[in-house]
Structures are given as structure tokens and as C-alpha cells.
Design a protein around this ligand. Structure first.
Ligand SMILES: [Zn+2]
Ligand SMILES: [Zn+2]
Length: 277
């Protein structure tokens, strides 16, 4: 029996003798099935072809995969004065990666922004001492491997500890959530937006998509709702979904500027970016 992992999105499924026929996340219009069709890999096979990438990213311990695999997100380990947590997960769990994480202390919980980063969440939870996995209930239909460690939250905001909370923004997925750490690693507050607000390549803006690979924009209403959801939060830094995709300094102003730019670009009566300029 194996818990097969989808090669395109990195999601790990329930254990079985055979891999599932298809991956619902990849047949969804927000993702895609790879050019060679639906392909699966076991954790053991993945550990033979790939290694965990364990590096600091803008002051936080990051865990990724090398060479790149699937969506190529990197998880982050946050050490606050009240708890230690893993934000997002990856597909490859190895003893070396687990040791690197636990070297700084025990992990209290895992929280994940949305189903694209569920990856091998149950494998991670078990390896880190059977810690809770917090997922927003609005996305529960996408859970591919069930576990008693998964805890669904239903609110619009969930306080994890003093100065640390999850905020449901919706948009990309109904339960798409961001993490806000009031202190942040540098003292000025940090936002961890998953794909709800995507840090762009220039590392000075964020943008919004219903589907990033298939280029389906998010509606203005959804972006306005995201803007309202985070309006009262202060943050200097924004940590994007993968290595180096971070806005370090003036993050709140960058988000506000980006929201205005996006709404101008998709406005039906505007000339798009010409008007925004
Ligand atoms: Zn998939
Ligand atoms: Zn996504």
C-alpha cells in the first residue's frame, strides 16, 4: 500500500494498492494535467530523485524540494514567542528535513493557505509528532488524505496565539486564507498570503488570479473582499509562495498600491493599464 503523490500538483492521496485514476485538483480548471498525462510517484521514489531544500529565506527557515517538484512552493517555519508552526507543506518528507525543523524546538501546529499546498500534510504532521493541521472548512472537499489530525476552522478569523492569526480571504479558493504575524521575523509585522495575494516577480507588488497556470483573473468583487479582509492588518513584509518571492519592507503600501492597480486594470470601462499609469 502506498500514499501516491500527484506529480503535477504534489498532492498526496489516501493509501491504496493502485494510484487513483485522476487527481481532482489537477482536473480542476485552476490547475492542469501534465503533458504526459496523469502521473504518480510514491514518497520513496520521490526521495530517490529529489532532496529537501533547507535554507533560510528572508530570515525564516524554509523547506522546499530540489530539483523543483510540482508547484514548487516552499514551506516556512515560524518561531514566535508563543508557538512554533509550519506554514504550508511540501510533498517530500525526509528524516533530514524533519531533524532540521525540530532542531529549533517542537512544532505546535501546521496551517495551510489553500488546497494547492496541502501536499503531504498528513505525512508532515505524523513526522513532526502528530501535530494538528489547520484547514479552512470551506475547502474541505479537496482533502485528499484524511487524518484525525486535520482540524477544520469555520470562522473568518482564527487566533492561533497572541499576535498570530489566520484570516480567510477567499477568492482563489473559497477558503483561501492568509497568516498574519503581528511582530514578524523583523519586528514590523509579516503577511503570509499563499496564493490569495501572489507576490509578483518584481517583489514590489502582489496580484490576484483564480487560476495562475491557466491565467483566469479574479473578479473585482473578490479582490475588493480580499482588500477588506486585510485592511486592518499592519505588515512590513510579505512572504510569497516560493523562494525569494518576498516583499521586504513597505509591504502594506505595496499591497494597497497593487490592489488599486489590479482593479484599474480589470475595470470594464477603463483603458486598463494606460489609465492606471
Ligand atoms: Zn494533482
Ligand atoms: Zn493556488
Amino acid at each position: 500500500m502506498n500514499c501516491y503523490i500527484c506529480e503535477t500538483c504534489g498532492l498526496q492521496f489516501e493509501s491504496g494498492h493502485e494510484p487513483p485514476t485522476l487527481c481532482p485538483v489537477c482536473t480542476d480548471e485552476r490547475q492542469y494535467v501534465g503533458r504526459n498525462g496523469q502521473r504518480w510517484v510514491t514518497l520513496e521514489q520521490l526521495a530517490q530523485s529529489h532532496a529537501p531544500r533547507i535554507e533560510m529565506d528572508a530570515g525564516l527557515l524554509g523547506i522546499g524540494t530540489t530539483p523543483t517538484f510540482a508547484i514548487d512552493q516552499r514551506a516556512l517555519v515560524l518561531t514566535t514567542s508563543h508557538l512554533r508552526m509550519m506554514w504550508e507543506t511540501t510533498s517530500l518528507v525526509t528524516p533530514a528535513a524533519v531533524s532540521a525543523i525540530l532542531a529549533g524546538g517542537r512544532i505546535d501546529l501546521i496551517a495551510i493557505s489553500h488546497p494547492h499546498f496541502d501536499a503531504a500534510m498528513v505525512e508532515w504532521s505524523e513526522a513532526l509528532g502528530s501535530v494538528p493541521i489547520l484547514l479552512h472548512a470551506a475547502d474541505s472537499e479537496w482533502i485528499a488524505r484524511r487524518s484525525s489530525r486535520i482540524e477544520l476552522w469555520h470562522e473568518e478569523r482564527l487566533q492561533l496565539a497572541e499576535g498570530l492569526q489566520l484570516i480567510r480571504c477567499g477568492g482563489h479558493f473559497p477558503g483561501s486564507s492568509v497568516l498574519h504575524w503581528r511582530e514578524g521575523p523583523r519586528g514590523g509585522g509579516a503577511l503570509f498570503p499563499g496564493d490569495a495575494l501572489q507576490v509578483t516577480s518584481d517583489r514590489r507588488h502582489v496580484s490576484f488570479m483564480y487560476s495562475y497556470p491557466n491565467l483566469i483573473p479574479l473578479s473585482p468583487n473578490a479582490v475588493q473582499h480580499i482588500a477588506q479582509s486585510i485592511a486592518d492588518l499592519d505588515f512590513d513584509d510579505v512572504y510569497g509562495f516560493t523562494w525569494g518571492r518576498n516583499i521586504i519592507g513597505n509591504g502594506k503600501a505595496a499591497a494597497e498600491r497593487s490592489i488599486a492597480r489590479y482593479l484599474a486594470a480589470v475595470s470594464p470601462d477603463s483603458r486598463g493599464m494606460e489609465r492606471a499609469a
